[in-house]
Design a protein around this ligand. Structure first.
Ligand SMILES: [Cu+2]
Length: 178
Protein backbone atom coordinates (compact mmCIF):
# COMPACT_ATOMS: atom_id res chain seq x y z
CA UNK A 1 0.00 0.00 0.00
CA UNK A 2 1.44 3.39 -1.03
CA UNK A 3 1.61 6.24 1.43
CA UNK A 4 -1.12 8.11 -0.44
CA UNK A 5 -3.46 5.10 -0.39
CA UNK A 6 -2.73 4.62 3.27
CA UNK A 7 -3.73 8.20 4.06
CA UNK A 8 -6.87 7.90 1.97
CA UNK A 9 -7.82 4.84 4.02
CA UNK A 10 -7.25 6.73 7.26
CA UNK A 11 -9.32 9.71 6.08
CA UNK A 12 -12.06 7.34 4.91
CA UNK A 13 -12.22 5.60 8.28
CA UNK A 14 -12.36 8.95 10.06
CA UNK A 15 -15.28 10.02 7.88
CA UNK A 16 -17.14 6.79 8.63
CA UNK A 17 -16.51 7.34 12.36
CA UNK A 18 -17.73 10.91 12.19
CA UNK A 19 -20.90 10.06 10.29
CA UNK A 20 -21.82 7.07 12.44
CA UNK A 21 -21.10 9.02 15.62
CA UNK A 22 -23.35 11.96 14.80
CA UNK A 23 -26.92 12.33 16.02
CA UNK A 24 -29.51 11.27 13.47
CA UNK A 25 -31.06 14.26 11.74
CA UNK A 26 -34.65 15.15 12.48
CA UNK A 27 -37.36 13.72 10.20
CA UNK A 28 -40.04 16.21 11.21
CA UNK A 29 -40.38 19.40 13.17
CA UNK A 30 -43.06 21.33 15.02
CA UNK A 31 -42.54 25.06 15.48
CA UNK A 32 -44.28 25.87 18.75
CA UNK A 33 -46.38 29.01 19.23
CA UNK A 34 -47.99 30.37 22.39
CA UNK A 35 -51.54 31.69 22.88
CA UNK A 36 -50.46 35.06 21.47
CA UNK A 37 -49.22 33.39 18.31
CA UNK A 38 -45.57 34.06 19.14
CA UNK A 39 -42.95 31.42 18.33
CA UNK A 40 -41.52 29.98 21.56
CA UNK A 41 -39.41 27.10 20.29
CA UNK A 42 -39.55 23.80 18.50
CA UNK A 43 -39.80 20.07 18.83
CA UNK A 44 -37.86 17.82 16.47
CA UNK A 45 -39.03 14.28 15.78
CA UNK A 46 -36.69 11.48 14.78
CA UNK A 47 -37.90 8.12 13.52
CA UNK A 48 -36.19 5.29 15.42
CA UNK A 49 -36.26 1.53 14.94
CA UNK A 50 -38.63 0.96 17.88
CA UNK A 51 -40.52 4.25 18.09
CA UNK A 52 -40.12 8.00 17.84
CA UNK A 53 -37.72 10.34 19.61
CA UNK A 54 -38.98 13.86 20.32
CA UNK A 55 -36.50 16.59 21.26
CA UNK A 56 -37.97 19.79 22.69
CA UNK A 57 -36.36 23.20 23.11
CA UNK A 58 -38.50 26.12 24.26
CA UNK A 59 -37.81 29.64 25.42
CA UNK A 60 -40.64 31.85 26.61
CA UNK A 61 -43.29 29.78 28.36
CA UNK A 62 -44.34 30.39 31.98
CA UNK A 63 -42.24 28.37 34.45
CA UNK A 64 -43.27 25.07 35.95
CA UNK A 65 -43.96 21.46 35.07
CA UNK A 66 -46.07 20.99 31.93
CA UNK A 67 -47.79 18.26 30.02
CA UNK A 68 -47.16 17.66 26.34
CA UNK A 69 -49.20 15.38 24.07
CA UNK A 70 -49.54 14.50 20.42
CA UNK A 71 -52.92 15.82 19.31
CA UNK A 72 -54.78 14.43 16.34
CA UNK A 73 -55.15 17.39 13.97
CA UNK A 74 -52.32 19.44 12.47
CA UNK A 75 -54.01 22.77 13.18
CA UNK A 76 -52.76 25.47 15.58
CA UNK A 77 -54.69 28.31 13.92
CA UNK A 78 -56.69 29.30 17.02
CA UNK A 79 -54.12 30.42 19.62
CA UNK A 80 -56.44 32.92 21.32
CA UNK A 81 -59.18 30.27 21.62
CA UNK A 82 -56.83 27.79 23.28
CA UNK A 83 -55.80 25.59 20.35
CA UNK A 84 -58.98 23.52 20.31
CA UNK A 85 -58.52 23.06 16.53
CA UNK A 86 -55.78 20.53 17.27
CA UNK A 87 -58.44 18.07 18.46
CA UNK A 88 -57.94 15.37 21.09
CA UNK A 89 -55.04 12.97 21.34
CA UNK A 90 -54.06 10.64 18.53
CA UNK A 91 -55.75 7.48 19.72
CA UNK A 92 -56.72 5.02 16.95
CA UNK A 93 -57.11 2.16 19.44
CA UNK A 94 -59.51 4.07 21.71
CA UNK A 95 -57.34 3.64 24.81
CA UNK A 96 -57.92 5.58 28.02
CA UNK A 97 -55.61 8.52 28.66
CA UNK A 98 -52.65 8.14 30.95
CA UNK A 99 -49.20 6.55 31.01
CA UNK A 100 -50.06 5.22 34.51
CA UNK A 101 -53.63 4.23 33.66
CA UNK A 102 -54.23 0.45 33.49
CA UNK A 103 -56.70 1.10 30.61
CA UNK A 104 -54.18 3.27 28.79
CA UNK A 105 -52.14 4.90 27.56
CA UNK A 106 -53.44 6.53 24.42
CA UNK A 107 -50.99 6.96 21.56
CA UNK A 108 -50.62 10.70 22.16
CA UNK A 109 -49.47 10.39 25.77
CA UNK A 110 -45.99 11.58 26.75
CA UNK A 111 -44.13 12.30 30.01
CA UNK A 112 -44.15 15.78 31.53
CA UNK A 113 -41.29 18.28 31.28
CA UNK A 114 -40.17 21.37 33.20
CA UNK A 115 -39.86 25.02 32.16
CA UNK A 116 -37.19 26.84 34.19
CA UNK A 117 -37.75 30.25 35.85
CA UNK A 118 -36.16 31.98 32.85
CA UNK A 119 -38.66 30.34 30.51
CA UNK A 120 -36.22 27.85 29.03
CA UNK A 121 -36.91 24.15 28.65
CA UNK A 122 -35.07 21.28 27.00
CA UNK A 123 -36.25 17.69 27.06
CA UNK A 124 -36.31 14.46 25.14
CA UNK A 125 -39.20 12.02 25.04
CA UNK A 126 -39.47 8.60 23.45
CA UNK A 127 -42.67 6.87 22.47
CA UNK A 128 -43.20 3.37 21.15
CA UNK A 129 -46.90 4.11 20.61
CA UNK A 130 -46.65 6.36 17.56
CA UNK A 131 -44.54 6.98 14.48
CA UNK A 132 -44.53 9.53 11.68
CA UNK A 133 -45.41 6.99 8.98
CA UNK A 134 -47.47 4.56 11.06
CA UNK A 135 -44.89 1.76 10.84
CA UNK A 136 -44.87 1.60 14.66
CA UNK A 137 -48.11 2.25 16.55
CA UNK A 138 -50.37 5.14 15.57
CA UNK A 139 -49.67 7.11 12.41
CA UNK A 140 -48.76 10.69 13.38
CA UNK A 141 -48.84 12.09 9.85
CA UNK A 142 -52.23 10.83 8.72
CA UNK A 143 -54.48 12.82 6.35
CA UNK A 144 -55.23 15.64 8.79
CA UNK A 145 -51.75 15.62 10.31
CA UNK A 146 -51.03 16.10 14.00
CA UNK A 147 -49.84 18.74 16.46
CA UNK A 148 -47.81 18.83 19.63
CA UNK A 149 -49.78 20.59 22.34
CA UNK A 150 -48.40 21.85 25.66
CA UNK A 151 -50.73 22.26 28.63
CA UNK A 152 -50.36 24.72 31.50
CA UNK A 153 -50.07 22.05 34.24
CA UNK A 154 -48.65 18.58 34.71
CA UNK A 155 -50.43 15.49 33.53
CA UNK A 156 -51.19 13.14 36.45
CA UNK A 157 -51.05 10.29 33.88
CA UNK A 158 -54.32 8.73 34.98
CA UNK A 159 -57.45 10.92 35.25
CA UNK A 160 -59.70 11.48 32.22
CA UNK A 161 -59.64 13.06 29.77
CA UNK A 162 -56.19 14.71 29.99
CA UNK A 163 -54.83 14.04 33.46
CA UNK A 164 -55.78 17.42 34.89
CA UNK A 165 -53.27 19.17 32.63
CA UNK A 166 -55.54 22.19 32.12
CA UNK A 167 -55.54 24.77 29.36
CA UNK A 168 -53.56 24.42 26.15
CA UNK A 169 -50.81 27.06 26.26
CA UNK A 170 -48.75 26.22 23.18
CA UNK A 171 -49.09 24.28 19.94
CA UNK A 172 -46.99 23.26 16.95
CA UNK A 173 -48.00 21.53 13.71
CA UNK A 174 -45.81 18.50 13.00
CA UNK A 175 -44.29 18.92 9.55
CA UNK A 176 -42.07 16.56 7.60
CA UNK A 177 -38.60 17.77 6.73
CA UNK A 178 -37.81 16.89 3.10
CU1 LIG B 1 -52.99 17.41 25.33
Amino acid sequence: MSKATHWLTVVGLLLVALVSGSVKAADARAVIIDTEGNEVGRVELVAASTGTLLRLELDGLSPGAKAIHIHSVGNCADPSEGFLASGGHINPDGQAHGLMNPEGPDAGDLPNFYVHDNGYAWAEFFTTKASLDGSIGAKILDDDGAALVIHTNVDDHSTQPIGGAGARVACGIIQVLN
